[in-house]
Ligand binder design. Structure first.
Ligand SMILES: [Zn+2]
Length: 332
């Protein structure tokens, strides 16, 4: 078993500890773990029980993260472990994020070795939430950076600002899953009453890192009205910039919402139209739709990147729109 003393905790009386990694700030009794399952109080010290242990690893298209404006068409080695600081009702990965499973030993040096193979551009920390894996992500990301490869985090974005500041210089791109725009939404959907994801997104942007957002559109939890999606898009445009890509993802029944119907495609299309009025790059996810998965030049409307599922055709060269010459908003 690979384990490490955790970062970001404070000792308390009676051998309790307070974890200060994420806004949940669990107070943990001796012998127990925090809400995330993988940060455990052993004898009055907080231990990461998943350090250098993975549940799965594989080579994925970068579009699968999803990141559409970051090395389009490339492959990235992706790993995850157990645990999450949220408990979202429709979690697709609850078997690994809300349960403990068998894990394989995978020290940082091994991650670096795999990250450079098969044309992979680097490594993505994904599948479960990498926030709760902070110590391993930090150590691995440091080594990855040294070799000139890329680090990507796919996350819910609820992490305290001090640990975030340690990660920011190491991580090149983030996909943040933005569940909702209110504390109430997070309390009801993700069981987190004090989210700080909005501020985290602003910090990522301020640090000059690449950021894309995913919004899962869930029946009953989300209002299916134009005004509702207008609120999302306006906030993004005003606080993160209108060039921030937004992925509107179709809900399918899972985990605690297994008896819900999938999101109607018309609702996604309506949300797409509304958000496009405020944002340059909006996409639908979990629905095959060549038109709404592709990228167009905000200036002249020319097709810049054509996508059909994970098939990607890039139509621009030298980072310029082939029709009007505008600089494209892509990291390549
Ligand atoms: Zn153009």
């Amino acid at each position: 078993m690979a384990r490490a003393v955790a970062a970001y905790w404070e000792p308390m009386e009676n051998n309790q500890v307070k974890c200060i990694l994420c806004p949940r700030e669990c107070v943990i009794l001796e012998g127990l773990s925090g809400f995330c399952l993988v940060r455990k109080n052993e004898g009055g010290r907080l231990i990461s029980t998943v350090y250098a242990e993975i549940t799965s690893g594989g080579y994925d298209p970068i579009e699968k993260k999803p990141l559409y404006h970051f090395y389009p068409g490339s492959v990235i080695f992706s790993i995850g472990t157990n645990g999450c600081n949220l408990d979202c009702r429709s979690c697709q990965n609850w078997q690994i994020s809300r349960r403990e499973t068998e894990r394989e030993f995978f020290p940082p040096r091994m991650a670096v070795e795999y990250a450079g193979k098969y044309n992979s551009i680097g490594i993505a920390y994904t599948y479960n939430d990498p926030i709760v894996w902070f110590e391993y992500v930090k150590d691995t990301a440091y080594l990855i950076k040294e070799t000139g490869l890329i680090n990507v985090m796919v996350t819910n974005g609820n992490i305290n600002l001090q640990p975030l500041k340690e990660l920011l210089p190491l991580i090149d791109a983030f996909n943040v899953d933005l569940k909702g725009m209110t504390k109430k939404y997070y309390a009801e959907f993700s069981l987190l009453s004090n989210p700080n994801v909005w501020q985290v997104c602003e910090e990522i942007k301020k640090a000059g890192k690449h950021l894309e957002l995913t919004k899962l559109v869930v029946p009953k939890f989300d209002e299916f009205t134009p005004e509702y999606f207008e609120k999302f898009a306006k906030w993004i445009a005003e606080n993160l910039g209108k060039d921030t890509p937004l992925h509107l993802s179709r809900f399918f029944p899972a985990y605690k919402l297994i008896n819900f119907m999938p999101t109607p495609v018309e609702v996604l299309n309506m949300a797409y139209d509304v958000c496009r009025e405020y944002l340059d790059y909006v996409y639908v996810g979990n629905v095959p739709d060549r038109t709404r998965e592709s990228t167009y030049c905000p200036e002249c409307g020319a097709l810049l990147v054509e996508r059909v599922g994970y098939d990607v055709v890039v139509h621009f060269k030298n980072k310029k729109c082939p029709k009007c010459g505008r600089d494209v908003d892509f990291v390549v």
